[in-house]
Write a protein that binds this ligand. Structure first.
Ligand SMILES: Cc1ncc(COP(=O)(O)O)c(C=O)c1O
Length: 386
């Protein structure tokens, strides 16, 4: 099957590319001695969890639903963190997690007795207790977009050193921070300096440090040797277990969103193509971030003398468009457009606004064949409403 024959709109994961990323990440894992797990918020395509599981030992959840998915489809307890736990979900969170990170001192105080009681039962039954940690805010981030910067003044994510006092509360065994977003190892190096300058004394007293996500080690040009060196030095200096939980790095450049041209029109001299996808529903980051996605065989910026189109989605939101791209040949109704690198975050953020169906999900298998794993229809739209 080739792209022309695919049902659209459709996310298509390239299994061979995913394996390549996992192999590289596993090398970092083995050479550094750090554990690297998948952040589900970035990539939750559970039909390929068996492949992920061949290389990574687990995953991190930011909700009960993600923790369930990890337990059910990876067969592992999750590393769990949410900005605030829900009272009625907490017992199940404990049951589904190996590690639980608290976002604030008040959250820890609210739940610590329940953790203690659960852990006593676990130990009495000869089972492993849940290891608890606290998320800290090192007050250093190089993320330029505030939407993704957890260190902006007033950030709700993590405790600052002044909120912690001289020691960690009894029962806290780990420190978690997450301040990177699509960054390299040199940003991590500077972040570790900030972390050590504020929390260095406490790092000697914990069993584990979770360095969050944002380590884009599968991007071309990323210096994995430098990362490995940093992780080894940190582990040895503090005698801690180090965990990284990237999402984007795992699914980076592993798949596409394929759409078809539904209509072509002239709007006051601007050529517009309406697609059977939606920037708002199917690629919300393109409008939120915002960024202009790459399209295979298209010029990313308009080129004079070449057929140029403003691409529009199929919702009636006026702003549901992306423009402008040029092509070597004029578009025709029925043509397929391939949006690149749509596996991380895009797939997990889709909505059915306007009643537009979610894109199907398929896989290019490693033997070159195509497998359609999911199609959506009226029920998916209706289930979200009542
Ligand atoms: C706490 C935490 N861990 C991990 C991640 C994954 O980050 P990324 O997909 O950029 O690697 C995120 C992303 O927001 C996060 O908030």
């Amino acid at each position: 099957m080739n792209i022309q024959q695919l049902p659209t709109p459709c996310f298509v994961l390239d299994e061979a590319r995913l394996r390549q990323n996992l192999e590289l990440i596993n090398q970092v894992q083995q050479q550094s001695g750090a554990q690297i797990i998948l952040a589900l918020k970035g990539f939750s395509m559970y039909s390929v969890f068996p492949l992920v599981r061949q290389y990574l030992s687990g995953a991190t959840a930011s909700s009960l639903n993600e923790a369930r998915l990890i337990n059910e489809y990876m067969g592992e307890l999750s590393h769990t963190y949410t900005p605030a736990y829900l009272d009625h979900e907490f017992e199940e969170m404990l049951r589904l997690s190996s590690h639980l990170t608290f976002n604030s001192m008040s959250q820890w105080e609210r739940f610590r007795e329940r953790v203690k009681a659960y852990n006593q039962q676990q130990v009495a039954a000869g089972k492993a207790p849940v290891s608890c940690g606290i998320r800290v805010n090192p007050q250093y981030s190089e993320v330029a977009t505030d939407l993704y910067n957890p260190c902006v003044p007033g950030s709700r994510l993590g405790v600052t050193r002044d909120q912690l006092g001289d020691n960690l509360p009894e029962g806290i065994e780990g420190i978690h921070f997450h301040t990177l977003c699509e960054n390299d190892s040199y940003t991590l190096e500077r972040t570790l300096e900030a972390l050590e300058s504020r929390f260095g004394d406490l790092l000697h007293r914990v069993k584990w440090v979770n360095m969050g996500g944002g380590h884009l080690m599968t991007r071309e040009g990323y210096n994995t040797d430098h990362l490995i060196g940093l992780l080894k030095t940190f582990r040895e200096k503090y005698q801690v277990k180090v965990t990284l939980e990237p999402g984007s790095a795992i699914a980076w450049q592993t798949g596409i969103l394929v759409a078809s041209v539904l209509d072509l029109l002239d709007s006051q001299g601007i050529q517009v193509a309406i697609l059977d996808t939606s920037f708002s529903n199917h690629m919300p980051d393109t409008l939120e971030m915002p960024y202009k996605p790459r399209i295979r065989n298209a010029y990313h910026e308009p080129v004079a003398e070449k057929p140029t189109y403003r691409l529009g989605g199929m919702t009636c939101l006026a702003g549901d468009f992306m423009g402008d791209y040029s092509f070597d040949q004029s578009l025709e109704i029925g043509d397929k457009l391939v949006f690149e690198d749509m596996m991380h975050y895009t797939m997990v953020k889709t909505t059915t606004f306007n009643g537009v169906n979610l894109p199907s999900i398929g896989i290019w298998n490693e033997d070159g064949s195509f497998r359609l794993v999911k199609e959506y229809g009226y029920d998916s739209f209706k289930d979200r409403l009542s």
